[in-house]
Design a protein around this ligand. Structure first.
Ligand code: GAF
Length: 380
């Protein structure tokens, strides 16, 4: 295994644990997690492998096989972190997990770590959550902390919120830690209860195609925080704890205006779409979910305003090419769209999307067929 070979070469000893944690696609339920709502992600077959051995001091040595810029001839040097504040860039996601465990009162000292990831770069498939969760699972295992997968997802989220400074919700970390192969993960982000819902696409002659737009608009992080603020101020104005609690949408909308009104329209209807989609899956009507995917995209584009031309064109072209439904997935402003496609239409959908990009002079998008992969697991 590459991470183990690199560990031996870098540190001259064996790793004590090797854990893998996956990235995710969200089938539906976008920007609902931080509104105490519902989400329906699943784990993808790409993720992050963390090889870890404990140290008896507080130093964290860190090596990423992806940080050398692809220059295989250059044996990369590990970063040596003796104080949390020294971590920069990708290292913050790893060091943040050590920090969060200590904050929670766990006696976690230093470690030697090698990271090896294969989540397509910039595709918006949550490589950062995979990174956090792989390290959290390995440290829990090595220290015998006995924390639940949910606890480790929450600690990983805390690392991202309070150490990295990205105010994300719980969805991505939960998907990475709790997903089961062949299932989507239904999560109530208020109670944190989860249920694995089986989804057998192959037996229906269907597939989910990931369309990586290849773009990442830099405004993403600031806009994410602004959307959260819009939701919080709208909830305060409506006198509810979170937008999850809005039961009469028409009455709520009549009391709001501008951005707050649009955000509420999206979040409340998106929660209903998640429940409707789960209902269709339970009824064995997977072919019917496409309309909900399309409606989710329109709502994210027009009401939540987190899409971008590259995502819109991918979704429109996929549907034109015969997809049963398509939508942006993840935070937005770039990253990936997903399309539900009959197997015998997949080539046509790819061609239609590729042609639409070509016509606009955009770089070709990449396509990945998604499978519903297992959540985090120990490799060695
Ligand atoms: C990002 C966040 F990290 C998630 O918590 C979630 O809010 C998502 O955007 C939007 O649904 O991936």
């Amino acid at each position: 295994m590459r991470a183990v070979d690199a560990f031996r070469a870098a540190y001259g000893r064996e790793p004590e644990r090797v854990w893998h944690a996956p990235g995710r696609v969200n089938l539906i339920g976008e920007h609902t997690d931080y509104n105490d709502g519902f989400v329906l992600p699943f784990a993808v077959p790409w993720g992050v492998t963390a090889a870890v051995a404990l140290r008896d001091d507080d130093t964290i040595r860190l090596l990423s096989l992806q940080a050398s810029g692809g220059d295989e001839t250059q044996a990369p040097e590990p970063l040596v972190i003796t104080e949390f504040g020294q971590a920069e860039g990708w290292a913050r996601y790893v060091v943040g997990v050590f920090w969060a465990l200590r904050q929670a009162g766990h006696d976690v000292r230093g470690a030697d770590v090698v990271i090896d990831g294969d989540v397509p770069r910039g595709a918006g498939l949550s490589s950062s959550a995979a990174l956090e969760v792989s390290v959290a699972m390995a440290l829990d295992d090595l220290h015998g902390l006995g924390l639940s997968r949910l606890d480790l997802a929450l600690l990983s989220q805390k690392a991202e919120n309070d150490f990295v400074g990205m105010p994300c919700g719980i969805m991505d970390q939960a998907a990475s830690a709790l997903s089961q192969e062949g299932h989507v993960l239904f999560m109530d982000c208020r109670s944190l209860a989860t249920r694995a819902v089986p989804l057998d696409l192959a037996s229906e002659g269907l597939q989910i195609l990931i369309i990586d737009t290849g773009v990442h608009h830099e405004l993403a992080d600031g806009q994410y925080a602004r959307r959260r603020r819009d939701c919080e101020s709208a909830a305060a104005r409506l006198g509810v704890k979170a937008l999850r609690d809005v039961t009469d949408l028409a009455a709520a909308l009549s009391r709001l205006s501008g951005d707050e009104r649009k955000r509420v329209q999206h979040v409340v209807t998106e929660d209903h779409r998640v429940e409707a989609l789960v209902g269709l899956l339970r009824a064995g009507a997977v072919r019917e979910i496409g309309a909900l995917l399309n409606a989710s995209h329109l709502s994210l584009r027009d009401q939540y305003e987190v899409s971008c031309p590259e995502l819109d064109v991918a979704v429109e072209a996929a549907v034109r090419g015969g997809a049963r439904g398509a939508r942006m997935t993840g935070g937005g402003f770039g990253g990936s769209a997903i399309a539900l496609v009959a197997d015998d239409r997949a080539d046509q959908v790819r061609e239609e999307v590729t042609r639409a990009y070509q016509e606009r002079g955009w770089a070709a998008p990449r396509f990945f067929p998604a499978s519903l992969a297992p959540g985090a697991h120990r490799l060695a």
